[in-house]
Write a protein that binds this ligand. Structure first.
Ligand code: FPP
Length: 248
């Protein structure tokens, strides 16, 4: 029996976010170059997107490239950018077939022109799809995003378009790159590292965190179901007591 059979459809997260980690170590264990780990990571991405779309999850955000990743060796950065272009190109028909809409968050202006063009092309092509929204975090870091939001808010105040006492959670969220995307209920990180690494810091205020020892290329649909089942067995209290939740 698959873990899938135990999943309660009504209790799925609306938004699942994943820190895909461990590609490099996966490759090293096999005596391969790190890029081989990333290539195999693409296979895990495909499985996860398909699994989330089949289950009817609304949003899936994948941490594909962080602001800090620009500091990696040049050949690895270039390899990752090529993989992205290739994956977006090869997978666009599958995204269309599965009714998946592509979006991206992060400092997209800093991406190489070719990546930006491919990304924008597929974002436009898939814009009317109504199934899963796949959000790629590219050149993303939460501190960058928050500072960027503060700059934009300060600019609006300077122009007299906004006053400081109008700033609320909702106003702040509207200045994040995740504007319009609900907060994730569940965040998964692979590879045994129990860290958040500058990912969606504002948005995960109440998210459930799930850590697995598996390296990202070993993450499968079955592992996705396992994480979702674990999430479904948790009680989310949002600062309330168990009794208050049960009374409602
Ligand atoms: C972390 O492993 C992974 C990344 C920095 C990149 C993730 C990219 C992919 C899975 C491929 C392309 C993505 C898409 C969406 C098509 P790591 O290199 O930090 O591993 P390590 O911690 O073992 O060194």
């Amino acid at each position: 029996m698959s873990f899938k059979d135990k999943i309660i459809k009504e209790k799925l997260p609306n938004h699942l976010a994943i820190i895909m980690d461990g590609n490099g170590r996966w490759a090293k264990m096999r005596g391969e170059h790190r890029i081989i780990g990333h290539q195999n990571g693409v296979e895990a991405v495909k499985q996860t997107v398909e699994g989330a779309a089949e289950l009817g999850i609304s949003y899936l955000t994948l941490y594909a490239f962080s602001t800090e990743n620009w500091n990696r060796p040049k050949d690895e950065v270039m390899g990752l950018m090529s993989l992205l272009v290739e994956a977006i190109e090869n997978e666009t028909p599958t995204l269309m077939k599965n009714n998946v809409r592509l979006q991206a968050i992060g400092d997209l202006g800093s991406l190489p022109e070719e990546v930006r063009a491919k990304l924008n092309g597929t974002i436009s092509t898939t814009a009317s799809n109504s199934g899963l929204t796949l959000v790629l975090a590219l050149s993303y870091s939460s501190r960058w995003e928050i500072v960027n939001a503060v700059k934009n808010i300060a600019g609006e105040i300077a122009k007299g378009e906004l006053s400081p006492d109008q700033i609320s959670n909702a106003v702040f969220e509207n200045h994040l790159t995740t504007k319009g995307i609900p907060d994730p209920e569940l965040l998964i990180r692979t590879s045994g590292e129990n860290r958040i690494s500058n990912f969606l810091l504002w948005q995960i205020a109440y998210s459930e965190l799930y850590f697995t020892e598996l390296f990202w290329p070993d993450f499968t649909k079955e592992e996705l179901y396992k994480a979702l089942l674990n999430y479904q067995n948790r009680e989310r209290r949002f600062g309330k007591t168990s009794e208050q939740l049960n009374d409602n």
